[in-house]
Each structure stands twice: as C-alpha cells, then as structure tokens.
Design a protein around this ligand. Structure first.
Ligand code: FAD
Length: 467
C-alpha cells in the first residue's frame, strides 16, 4: 500500500495541478496538506508586517476553498499553523508516507524551506513539478544562467520555438485515509492581527479557485471585456479595465495555462485581436520575470540591484510615512496608495507611478517601497514585484504623476479614493495646491514638493482653469 502526500504551496487549485494528478495516479492513498509559515506575518524593521491583513484574509479564503473542493472529491486538507519543517516530517511518520509531491520553487526563502524539509526526510521520495509559468521551464530555449537581459530577447525566441503545455484536468476522485480530520485555517489572532483589522479587511477580490475560474469566465466569454483589453488596460477605476487574474495567479488558484487555453478558445469563437495577443504577452512578461529572478537570485532584493548600480537616496522617514499613508499631496499617487491600503490591490498604472515617484522624486531606497508592496498586495509575487520595482529604479527613468493623472483622466478615480476631494469637478483635482482658495476649503495636504519637471502639466492645468 503506497501513501503519498501532496504539499500544497502556491498551487492552491485542483485544475492543472500536475503534482496532485501524479500523486493520485501513483499512490493508493493521498494526504493533502498546507502549512502556514509563522514568519510570513512577522513585523519588519521598516515598521510593518512582511504580509499584512489583506494577504492573510485572501490566503485564508483560497485555502478554505481548496479544502472544500478537495472534500467534494473525497479528499481532506490538513491545514497546519506550524511550519512545514515540523508538520511534514510528522505527517510522514504518522501515515507512513512513501512520497511527497509538490510544486518546484524558484525563490530563495521557499527553496531553503524545501531543502530543509528534504534534509529531514532522506528516505522519503520527493517529486517536484514545475507549475508556476505559462511556458514550462524545460521548454524555453534558454538555460537559467543565460536568460536574456531584455524581455524582447527572451520573448521572441521563446514564443517562436515553444508552446505552453496542455493543462491537466481537475481530478474527479481522491482516495484519502479515512481517519484524517480536516483542520481549520488558524485564527488571525495567532499572527498579531486584531479583530478590527480582520473584520475591516476587504480584499479586492474573494479568494479561491472557484472564484478564480468564475473571474476567468466573466472577463472572457461572460462580458467579452477581453476584446478591449489592449485599450483599457492602463486605467485604474473599476473591475473590468484589466483581467484581475493576478491575485489568483499569485497563490496558484488559477493556472496561467488555463488562461492561455481559454484565450485561444476565445480567439476561435469570439475574436482574435490585439487585446487577446496582449493578455498572453503579459503572461509571458510574468514568466520572463520568474526566470530572470532565478538567474539573479538574491541580487534582486538588493538596493544596488543585479547590476550593482548605486542611486542617490535620502531615505527621509517622514516622506516615507506620507507616501505609505497616501498623504503626499499628489492626488494621483495618494488615490492609488489609499486603494492599496484599503483593498490590497492597485492597477499597473498606479504601481508604475507610485514606484517612480518614490524612487526618483522622494529619493527613498526602492527596496523599502518594494517591501511595502509585498506587505500589502494580495497579488504579491516575488519576482513580479521585485523586478518591476527594479525596472523602475534602474531601467525606466521617470513617470510624471501630474501628467499621467491628466492623460488618463483620473478625476473619478481620485474622487473614489480621496474623500476630501469629492466636490472637485474639474481638472484642478490633479494639482489642487495650485488653487489656494480651494486648499483653504479642503482638508488635504500640500505636496511634499513640486518639481520643475512637472511644469508643462501644471501650465496646462492653469491654462484650462483660466479659460
Ligand atoms: P492584467 O493587465 O490583466 O495582466 C494579466 C496578467 O499578466 C496579470 O495578472 C499578471 O500576471 C501579468 N502581468 C501584467 N503586467 C505585468 C508586469 N508588469 N509584470 C509581471 N506580470 C505582469 N504583478 C503581480 O502579479 N504581483 C506583484 O507583486 C506585482 N508587483 C508590481 C510592482 C510594480 C512596481 C509594478 C510596476 C508592477 C507590479 N506587478 C505585479 C505587475 C502588474 O502591475 C500586475 O500584474 C497587474 O496590475 C495585475 O492586474 P491584472 O491581473 O488585472 O493585470
């Protein structure tokens, strides 16, 4: 009799889950477990948690949904508040587990944990499967240490010579030992959150594979919003200007290959256009950052980056606090940060502007900003986050937030997140400090600083106001 264990990590799904399918095919009985590593919610020296309440709650919803879905097919999910380092050896001994099945990791903290668990279990077979990316790591035309430095040099050869593999169907039945009792996701209290934090946290989306698959259906065949993605993707207001797949991709409750297959079907039955191409292009970006992050390892977390370049930072604590609180006095920045604080999500346009302003205007060490995003984003993904910040620090020079606020007509978006500005109906909302009478009537801060490079955008706001 062979008993195997599936160790779920960032692959919280039944669909397209190779580790789960192989374990079921190879063993008589399968045990499933998920471990919450206590240090995920530690307090950082920067003064906030490594992962904050929205991430906690979103994770809880995803894990609970996985548990329910496993139960529907005859399985159980053991949810452990103890580290995998103690939980997995205990389960191996208790159930005489012969083999462990899991997704392969790619970043240092997760790789270390995997290594330590394996070292504790030298006699147990370990089967690891690549699952994170659209293109399988073995199918790309580069070895990791040769991943190109530009995305184009990666994308063109990859998409020309390779294809994403077919998805695995969700299993219909799982045989698990009868005496296993499912355990509950631990309370927020164990991680230093309080009742108010927990009750008030409203992650932008509800977590879980079921919700993820519904979202995929909604964005594609349901609303056909996908057809306009190319032209709407740079907006910030609402649910449907972009796919919102990222939170589900981050915890693995949605597989990138399932998105790919759905988009291909959509192209055959609804339309094939620049938008359908672009959504897949973004998934290829995500792959590229994963492989590039593997190439550079821990250098992607360093202030000097992987090119060892130094930037001139001032690291002013007061400016850092105002940025984190959404009180810089720049509405386009503040609205995005307030949305992040209240929901755990921010649009790509917002992320580009908030990071560029942080690095090039406030002159604060970019790794502090990346750590703050890591704490808050429900779609936090190691390489997508740290390498996008890296790009803002070292590759793209600057994004002007006043110009962008005007260009993307962010008026209604700003009003949604900054209540103090709700009565402003014209373009003064992009730069309220230019209008002293207005500033007297509202309780909104003056900007930390106003930069010369914003002058053209400021002139255009003033010109409109005077006409
Ligand atoms: P869509 O526009 O619908 O894109 C579809 C999918 O493509 C996304 O779900 C995502 O998986 C992928 N994608 C899109 N843009 C990027 C990109 N620039 N880099 C990598 N993948 C991309 N994305 C994360 O998933 N996690 C992060 O922690 C993260 N941190 C970021 C930090 C900064 C400073 C910046 C500038 C970008 C960051 N992004 C991150 C990328 C991007 O902002 C989000 O993926 C996107 O906003 C998610 O919304 P969506 O799913 O509606 O995206």
């Amino acid at each position: 009799m062979k008993t195997s264990l599936v160790w779920f990590k960032n692959d919280l799904r039944l669909h397209d889950n190779e580790a789960l399918c192989r374990a079921i095919a190879d063993a008589d009985e399968v045990i499933c477990c998920y471990c919450i590593e206590p240090q995920w919610f530690d307090e950082l020296e920067l003064g906030f948690k490594k992962a904050d309440i929205h991430r906690f709650k979103f994770l809880e919803q995803n894990v609970n949904d996985l548990q329910a879905n496993l139960e529907n097919i005859g399985g159980q999910l053991i949810i452990s508040a103890e580290s995998a380092l103690t939980t997995i050896p205990r389960l191996v001994e208790k159930y005489q587990v012969k083999a462990i099945y899991a997704e392969q990791e790619y970043a240092s903290e997760e790789l270390n944990l995997l290594k330590q668990v394996t070292q504790k279990l030298p006699k147990t077979e370990l089967q690891l499967f690549w699952g994170k990316t659209l293109y399988h790591i073995d199918d790309i035309p580069f070895s990791i240490h040769n991943i190109p430095l530009t995305s184009k040099a990666y994308r063109i050869p990859t998409t020309k010579t390779s294809r994403p593999r077919q998805t695995y169907k969700a299993p219909k039945f799982i045989n698990s030992p009868k005496h296993i009792v499912a355990t509950k996701f631990p309370s927020y209290k164990a991680y230093g959150f309080n009742c108010n934090d927990y009750n008030n946290a409203k992650p932008f989306l509800k977590g879980g594979e079921s919700e993820a698959l519904e979202r995929l259906e909604h964005y594609t065949f349901g609303t056909e919003n996908l057809s306009g993605y190319r032209w709407s993707r740079n907006k910030s207001l609402g649910m449907d200007y972009s796919s919102k797949f990222s939170p589900y991709l981050a915890v693995g409750s949605l597989s990138p290959r399932t998105i790919y297959e759905t988009v291909k079907q959509y192209e055959q039955t609804v339309t094939k256009n620049q938008s359908t191409w672009w959504l897949i292009f973004e998934l290829v970006w995500r792959d590229y950052f994963t492989f590039k992050g593997m190439r550079f390892g821990n250098l992607i977390f360093m202030t000097e980056g992987f090119k060892s370049k130094s930037l001139d930072f001032e690291n002013h604590q007061g400016k850092f606090s105002r940025w984190k609180d959404g009180k810089t006095g720049i509405p386009f920045i503040d609205a995005h940060i307030r949305q992040l604080n209240q929901t755990g999500y921010m649009s790509n346009r917002g992320r580009v502007n908030c990071s560029s302003y942080f690095i090039h205007d406030l002159k604060i060490d970019w790794t502090w900003g990346a750590a703050y995003f890591e704490s808050k984003l429900i779609d936090y993904d190691v390489t997508s986050n740290w390498l996008n910040w890296h790009v803002q620090a070292f590759e793209i020079y600057y994004t002007n937030p006043v110009h962008q606020s005007l260009k993307y007509k962010a008026n209604n978006y700003i009003i949604k997140w900054i209540d103090e500005l709700r009565d402003i109906k014209d373009d003064s909302i992009h730069a309220p400090w230019l209008f002293p009478e207005l500033m007297e009537q509202i309780d909104y801060p003056n900007p930390i600083a106003v930069y010369k490079k914003w002058q053209r955008s400021i002139n255009s706001i003033l010109k409109k106001a005077l006409s």
